[in-house]
Design a protein. Structure first.
Ligand code: BGC
Length: 761
């Protein structure tokens, strides 16, 4: 164990070693239900995970097999568990008892999108990380690996051996309440970053999971929505993101989503689950249903669903009966069990169970802050107002966003309990319904931007105005040298945004402050893009997303130039909702005789109510291949800020592009830091395919982060694999490289590509 911890904790390794030695947490306790005496035939670690799994299967009774394929039932979620295996659950929300007599461990699952969110259930502290969108905005695979390492350690410390992250649904609908959880609108970016995060967790012997499979691109009516989309569009976008993440990470589980895809539920869809995932992607792990997303027994099992969560309505007794009646053949049952067990051996949770210890808080802080700093995107900086000069500034007005007490975080299953409680008391009416308040209450993490700013300028007058009255905020702004408005937008699983506008009159607040003081800086804490009717009137805009428990320090470091902004947008900020592929956001229709509310097996009370379950409805993803920037490019629609965009306090010059085509095409170029500070540039490579390919104007095919000292030039070569240039041919169900001319373009955003070269295949 000792060797394992030291070897694998790349992030904060020294701090971790010291804390561990001096606090004596070394003598950690085993979690009940985790220990495996090492004397079974399958304990031989030289055997493959598949052989080991089959050795176990020979010993299992039918009841034990069934038990491995479902959670404890919804009852366990709503009533205290006083006896039986569920008493061993770290969180009953995600628990599958193992088979102690054979040394097969319990599966202890937690969400882990913005930190280990299952942690609150038994009272353990977990680091509140910035949102998934902030992680994506760093465009930094190495950072994603560090994030995964930190998450893996925290999960193990709390007794979890399976993670329910990462979420990589592509942003086809920016009003999706879960945009903050995901990793942007491009499959290569999302898949690569999730791949690194999950690879790191797996290296720490955690079963990892990618979700929500698939085309679950809005939350409004997520249980009754039918996503209608073409095969090619799906393969080259949403499914490609999963393909890349799975290949790079070796993740053990895929979570199928609530929605239907082309008329069939995602958790009983033979095309997505078996033809694509298990056959084409050669996925050897198991498919787990989203919570309450299993709608049948035989149909789901035969289509490729392996595990029902968190209940047992379909894969408990009904599955046993279906096996006994041979409606689900024994071979399929054994395949389901095999997939679970081989994943347990493959991830190492049988040989190396988690041990109880205190989470390494300092390590978490370090990773959270680094992510917030690298993920923040500077969108505007007129007249170089930023960075602020700490030495010369005399007065600052800090306005709005509860910046005196904390930073916004995302809600729902990924919500990390705020250490010390939510500093912003929710309106009492929201608390009346405990089922919906879980989603609706905006939770702030206790990291107050006001404090971060005050610490930078101890000599200056820094005053706070809550921003509830624009006139009072404007008066404070007027008498201050600089005004910083914190604008927040709460988003959560279970409810989509009503619009892309900032809520609660914040646009008017910003207008009023900017009119009073032209040196107005807006710091956004949002889940995704927002509209900015006031953009021309403010001097600077910094998008900090949901910046996590070190948001305050990160924001202050960025505003005062201790850190040079390097984040890039992982999704487009449109000019207006009229420019979206679906200007009107679709939701369930009002129930009537023609549109009754269906009776569903899954989606009981809690989830159904919060989702506003209603009659079935369709969402047509007619934009198809044109997701995000590809849509605006193809439709020639101007945007507010394009995909890949982000300013820094530096400028960079690009030159000397050479492209050598091949199985791996080498794209070489030089980037020079033409400014006076050190900075990090995210150099991006896009490809335009031959016209006959019928593709949107360009797609991201690679990128690299370059740290450059003032005046420094670096020559880099980025390999672009053949896969990045192919298209999905529906007729032959295969990927093809279309013969013709390819233009490779290089630069600092999808709309700033100064270098280009044409090659032929
Ligand atoms: C969410 C999943 C989550 C699960 C367990 C569901 O409501 O859609 O993302 O993993 O709950 O918390």
């Amino acid at each position: 164990m000792m060797e394992l911890k030291f070897r694998k904790h790349a992030a904060c390794s020294v701090a971790f070693l010291l804390i561990t030695l001096f606090t004596g947490t070394w003598a950690h306790a085993q979690f009940p239900g985790m220990a495996q005496p090492k004397h079974y035939p399958w304990s031989d670690t030289s055997l493959s995970p598949d052989v080991r799994a089959d050795l176990v299967i020979k010993e299992l009774t039918l009841d034990e097999k069934i038990q491995l394929l479902h959670g404890m039932g919804w009852q366990a979620l709503f009533a205290p568990v006083e006896s039986g295996p569920a008493t061993r659950a770290v969180s009953v929300l995600g628990f599958i008892p193992g088979v102690p007599r054979l040394g097969i461990p319990d599966l202890q699952m937690t969400d882990s999108v913005e930190g280990v969110s299952g942690a609150g259930v038994k009272g353990r502290y977990a680091t509140a990380l910035p949102s998934g969108e902030a992680m994506a905005a760093a465009w930094d695979p190495a950072l994603s690996y560090e994030i995964g390492t930190m998450l893996g350690h925290e999960m193990r410390a709390m007794g979890f051996n399976m993670s329910l992250g990462s979420g990589i649904n592509l942003i086809r609908e920016p009003r999706d309440g879960r945009t903050f959880e995901y990793k942007g609108e491009d499959p290569l970016l999302a898949g690569t970053l999730a791949g690194q995060e999950l690879k790191a967790e797996k290296a720490l012997h955690i079963i990892t999971d990618v979700k929500h499979y698939a085309v679950n691109d809005q939350d409004a009516g997520r249980i009754v929505v039918n996503s209608i989309i073409g095969k090619r569009a799906m393969r080259e976008s949403d499914l490609l993101a999963f393909q890349i993440a799975l290949k790079d990470s070796g993740a053990g589980a895929v979570m199928c989503s609530y929605n239907r895809i082309n008329g069939t539920y995602a958790c009983e869809n033979p095309y997505t689950l078996t033809d694509v995932l298990k056959k084409d992607f050669d996925f050897k792990g198991f498919v787990v249903s989203d919570w309450g997303a299993t709608q049948s027994t035989v149909k789901a099992a035969m289509a490729g669903l392996d595990v029902e969560m968190p209940g047992n309505d379909s894969f408990g007794d009904p599955l046993k009966k279906a096996v006994e009646a041979r409606e689900v053949p024994l071979e399929r049952l054994n395949d389901m069990v095999h997939r679970v067990l081989r994943t347990e051996f493959d991830a190492g949770i049988v040989d190396d169970p988690p041990q109880s210890e205190s989470p390494n808080v300092m390590c978490g802080f370090e990773v959270a802050q680094k992510t917030a700093e690298r993920g923040a995107v500077l969108l505007k900086n007129e007249g170089d107002l930023l960075p602020l000069s700490a030495a010369s500034i005399q007065s600052i007005a800090v306005i709005g966003g509860h910046a005196d007490v904390g930073v916004m975080s995302g809600g729902g299953s990924s919500q990390v309990s705020p250490a010390g409680g939510n500093p912003v008391p929710p309106p009492p009416e929201l608390l009346k319904n405990p089922l919906t308040s879980f989603f609706e209450v905006a939770v702030y993490q206790r990291s107050a931007p006001l404090k971060g700013i005050e610490e930078k300028v101890p000599h200056a007058v820094v005053q706070f105005d809550p921003g509830t009255d624009p006139a009072s905020a404007a008066a404070l702004a007027k008498k201050s040298q600089v005004a910083i408005v914190f604008a927040v937008q709460h988003a959560s699983e279970g409810m989509d945004l009503k619009s892309l506008s900032l809520p609660d009159n914040q646009d008017a607040l910003i207008e009023a402050v900017a009119a009073a003081n032209p040196r107005t800086i807006v710091v956004l804490e949002t889940g995704g893009p927002v509209l900015m009717p006031w953009l021309d009137k403010v001097a600077a805009v910094l998008e900090s997303w949901y910046p996590g428990i070190r948001g305050s320090q990160a924001i202050a470091n960025l505003l005062f130039g201790d850190v040079n902004p390097s984040g890039r947008l992982p999704l487009t900020f449109p000019r207006s909702e009229a420019d979206l592929p679906r200007p009107i956001h679709a939701g369930p229709p009002t129930p009537d005789a023609d549109h009754p509310v269906p009776k569903l097996v899954g989606a009981p009370g809690m989830i159904g109510m919060a989702m506003g379950i209603g009659p079935f409805f369709d969402v047509h993803y007619d934009e198809g291949l044109k997701v995000g920037y590809k849509w605006y490019d193809a439709e020639k629609k101007a945007v507010l800020f394009p995909f890949g965009f982000g300013l820094s306090y530096m400028t960079y010059a690009y030159s000397e592009l050479t492209v050598k085509p091949g199985d791996s095409t080498a794209v070489s170029f030089t980037v020079k830091n033409t400014g006076k500070r050190a900075g990090t540039e995210v150099a991006q490579i896009y490809a335009s395919l031959p016209d006959s390919a019928g593709e949107p104007p360009k797609r991201l095919v690679g990128w690299t982060r370059l740290e450059l000292a003032p005046g420094e030039s670096k020559q880099v070569s980025v390999p672009v694999s053949r896969d990045r240039l192919t298209v999905y041919d529906e007729a032959s169900d295969s990927w093809k490289l279309v013969p013709g001319s390819y233009v490779l373009r290089v630069g600092s955003s999808s709309q700033d590509l100064p270098l280009q070269q044409t090659i032929s295949f």
